[in-house]
Write a protein that binds this ligand. Sequence first.
Ligand code: AMP
Length: 106
Amino acid sequence: MSEDCVFCKIVEKKIPAKLEYEDDLCVSFHDINPRAKVHLLVIPKKHISTLKDMEKNDAEIAGRMMMAAKEVAAKNDLDSYRLLVSVGSEAGQEVFHLHMHVMSPR
Ligand code: AMP
């Protein structure tokens, strides 16, 4: 956990979020500033700043995040959707705790 990380605080339930999914490795919740009708985030519980910091032994986390995205999309009746991971500030990453956006088409 990273002390001043907003997503670590959501994992630790120190700040509220509208949770959709939780298991031992990851959490999914609604984006606070949705840019689509359904806009969810999937994050690892472990603090990994960005995809570039993922290591070989994080492969299970990566796989679980993808499965969680599939689950929350189905739970929200999304038949078609986009998954987005921004890596680095120039690509638009604002929160430096790895996350995957799950967005409905509109
Ligand atoms: P990114 O630009 O890829 O780093 O996306 C970060 C996302 O996190 C943005 O879409 C924000 O709206 C979202 N976000 C930031 N703080 C919170 C929060 N406390 N709860 C839910 N979503 C958040």
